[in-house]
Design a protein around this ligand. Sequence first.
Ligand code: HDE
Length: 691
Amino acid sequence: MDKKIEQLKCFESSPKGENSTTNFGVKISNDENTLKAGPRGPSLLEDFVFREKMTHFDHERIPERIVHARGSGAHGYFVSYADHSNLTKASFLSAKDKKTPLFARVSTVQGPRGSADTVRDVRGFAVKFYTDEGNFDIVGNNIPVFFVQDAISFPDFVHAGKMEQQNEMPTGGSAHDTFYDYISLKPETAHTVMWVMSDRGIPLSIRHLQAFGVHTYRLINAQGKSTFIKWFWKPLSGTLSLLWDEAQKIAGKNGDYHRKRLWDDIEAGDFPQWELCVQILSDEIIEKFEFDILDPTKFIPEELAPVTPVGRMVLNKNPDNFFAETEQIAFCVSHVVPGIDFSNDPLLQGRIFSYLDTQLSRLGGPNFNEIPINRPVCPFANTQRDGIHRMTINKGGANYFPNSIDGNYPRPKEEASVKGGFLPYPEKIDAVKTYKRSETFNDHFSQATMFWNSMSQHEKNHIVDGFSFELSKVTRRNIVERVVNEFLINIDKTLAEKVGKNLGVTVEPKVTKNIQKKLVKPSPAISQVNLLSGDIASRRIAVLIFDGCDTEDVMSFKKEMEKRDAHVDLLAPSNAPVRGCDGPSLTPKSSWVSEPSIFYDAVYVPSCGQESLELLQHNGDFLHYILESYKHLKTIAFSGCPSIIKETLRLKQDLGLILGQGWRDVVEAFTYSLAHHRVWERESLASTIPA
Ligand code: HDE
């Protein structure tokens, strides 16, 4: 068992076979009636059992995170691929196969705790490594750049992006006036806004997210050598997204979609995995890079600085208690370990302060490090004492340093650099205090344009659709016009024209002062077309079963897909078992209505007899299932009954709409198409489908 899980075990409580008591151990004799003056009389103040229970309940909520309130977490571990001590003395990277326990939490940013998972938003991706030299947190996002360059702008940005102050709308979305007002007045947001309006803003699931540390950090080795790096998480399942229509429908049908998919995969033993990579920024690369490595609105294309895997993260255990673990975990950018250090990125510098500060109010005081999920697995000691909910019983006479009473303990490690104490990189600073921002941060549009130019045609279409949808919700016309004529136009003329056309805005570019633009080469590595996993492992397939279907065909297809590590669910018109044409009945997991096509990546319809075929042709739920899957560009296979496709639905057969006689006929084409995620060639035809 890993060290963290072992540590958490000490705090577990499972009251099997135990009688209930008050929190102070007094056995409770009646837990359904308050103490009253007679059965019909008033309740008595002396009823301490009732008062304790009710008081606890009244205080069961803590403030939710101001951003990233909605999140899902899991335990896991990290395995280092090698001894990376040439780069860093961080102990978790010091040996091949070294295993470190961790907890990861993935979140949306804007919405409150109860908001839907599939809204268009940035996703937070925070990982706490419980290393043997202290906790190390990488608090990253699924987008490699950030909206603003300096931490002092963060509160304004968040106020503008979250629900509007007068009416708390919209919940968890950026499609509103204040967001677009702010970004169009703040050109440095352009690059990140492009990523959010792209498919990256609507991920398929948590295991399909790429993630990034965003800022430049330093790695320091035992010789004191510093290397600038960026952190990069690459999902082994590929980087995949939903379609916007799908994302919106899922938000209504199952707000917990991402949370559930992660939970179910882990319960099924299908553990999500990512490679942790570093992008090493050698002096040569930094020189070639046309932007400042301290500017968090810029990212360094993989084509310029390759991304080297240093280890692998596996999420393999769901929390036992959401509040105790996922809610109370406290990520802090300041949690670094020897061998890792910060850069002077002004956004990062502000974050080093903000995270610790926010935990004080969220978790109620300075002892949040003692909450089980936050405790390091290595020993810890210092002279900090007392405060709300202090749990440690510090013994001995000295709560100060230096002291002569307790042998001068606790005291810092001598020769810290050699023996493992944290030492900052001794960067020489000789500067004048100023509020000025570096001029090397001035180019706000070149990389936004590069992002656009790196997209495939369908990805570009989605960005146009994303902006058009969002801006159609903005009520103030002057803001919409400003977005088109002073913001999008500086990114790309076609983008501005297409969005302008959809909104009825004439493109009349305003001359924006101080626009400096460089021609930056596209980066194919950021197009999701190039980020497929190449297989169908972990993908979800709906097999539609019904009275009269061929059960042998169903079960053989299911087995074939499971061999390829896909998840297969049998779904029927209702939750009742169906009768197969050949005798045996099949029990569905659920019904077509409660597990609609939007929850799946592909659909299979087994062969059946003529009688069933006629019933299917008149079953609205069935026809809707197929049409909606078709509209969402999914792989669909019919191992018989092609007349439904050809005559009833009049759909055009394509690479992802596979018709055959029996499962053997369709299985390879089905696998191939699903491995490509969606049938993009179908997109314009699919827009004609009324589903
Ligand atoms: Fe955060 N951010 N942030 N952020 N952030 C928080 O800390 C903040 C930024 C990120 O699962 C808060 O514990 C400032 C960038 C994640 O618990 C708060 C600035 C990146 C999470 C905070 C930023 C992030 C947070 C709210 C600009 C990606 C969720 C609750 C200077 C690199 C962690 C909390 C979790 C959460 C502040 C910008 C990622 C208020 C001041 C850039 C993943 O402290």
